[in-house]
Design a binder for this molecule. Structure first.
Ligand SMILES: N[C@@H](CCC[C@H](N)C(=O)O)C(=O)O
Length: 283
């Protein structure tokens, strides 16, 4: 490892400990912070998430005790651009996997806190993690514009804001290197936009696939809250509120279940590396 000054540096025992993980290739840097000591500034988040000069990730999750005491731990989630978000479904699975693997919580079901409220996690021995995603609320119809195409969608609140667009257009052909346009009066705090294609899975099974442009991170290979929003919007098209939907994303597959306005999200959570940050990167 080389510091900013060019000298070869092996981060010493004082380097900030980190882990790297992903859920369906939506990737995160985890910063365990049991004493709530880390000063995680937006600039530090941007530096860590930089895919060339940093570790590279869609977001950072600081793992801290829940100061409000409603749950054992708080998931302090930040997007790659340094902004805060209320909730992250894929990140929550990786966060829960870490808590169990590190022995910070007992396996089984447990609560944790997010900016969007309390959530639950269940970590299975087979590697899958199920997150109780809380309420999923359909809002007003709205629209977006991407690659010169106008598309209709529906606002969905999964703790964080989404515009879920079920479309007949070829979603693979969309240019998501730039943020899709959206109505800022409907989404004053920005929005995550999903482009959704219904699939014929047969035998009454509900299956969709999607691409997503995330607020604060750009196009990602998956978005857990986005899959919940997409499932709700897809079921709504056929007049249903409840159901089980298999959702394909560029980075894999998850299952969303919605009943009585509450959603769960089940999928993989993988930790791929751990280490200590070079002090020059932390700054
Ligand atoms: N990738 C996440 C969502 C992260 C937050 C989002 N970009 C926002 O700003 O609301 C997920 O898996 O849900």
């Amino acid at each position: 490892m080389t510091s900013a000054g060019g000298a070869v540096v092996v981060p010493g025992p004082n380097g900030v400990p980190f882990l790297k993980g992903h859920g369906t290739e939506n990737d995160f840097i985890l910063l365990p912070d049991p004493d709530s000591q880390l000063d995680l500034t937006p600039e530090r988040v941007r530096r860590l998430c930089d895919r060339r000069a940093g570790l590279g990730a869609d977001g950072v999750i600081r793992i801290v005790p829940d100061a409000d005491g409603g749950a054992g731990f708080f998931m302090d989630y930040r997007n790659a651009d340094g902004s805060l978000a209320e909730m992250c479904g894929n990140g929550a699975r990786v966060f829960a996997r870490y808590l169990v693997a590190a022995g910070w919580v007992e396996p089984g079901e447990f609560d944790f806190a997010t900016r969007g409220g309390l959530r639950t996690a269940r970590v299975a021995a087979d590697g899958d993690v199920t997150i109780g995603m809380g309420p999923v609320r359909l809002g007003v119809r709205s629209s977006t514009r991407v690659s010169g195409l106008a598309m209709d969608g529906v606002a969905v609140d999964v703790g964080n804001p989404h515009l879920a667009c079920v479309t007949d257009h070829d979603i693979d052909g969309l240019d998501l290197t730039r943020a899709p346009e959206y109505d800022t009066t409907v989404f004053p705090a920005g929005v995550n936009v999903e482009f959704i294609e219904g699939l014929d899975a047969g035998a009454g099974r509900d299956q969709i696939r999607l691409r997503v442009h995330e607020r604060g991170s750009g196009e990602t290979r998956s978005c857990g809250t986005g899959t919940v929003a997409a499932a709700a919007a897809y079921l709504d098209l056929s007049g249903r509120r409840d159901g089980e939907v298999t959702v394909g994303v560029p980075g894999g597959q998850v299952v969303v279940r919605i009943a009585d306005g509450q959603a769960t999200l089940t999928g993989p959570a993988i930790i791929v590396a751990s280490g200590r940050l070079d002090p020059a990167l932390w700054g």
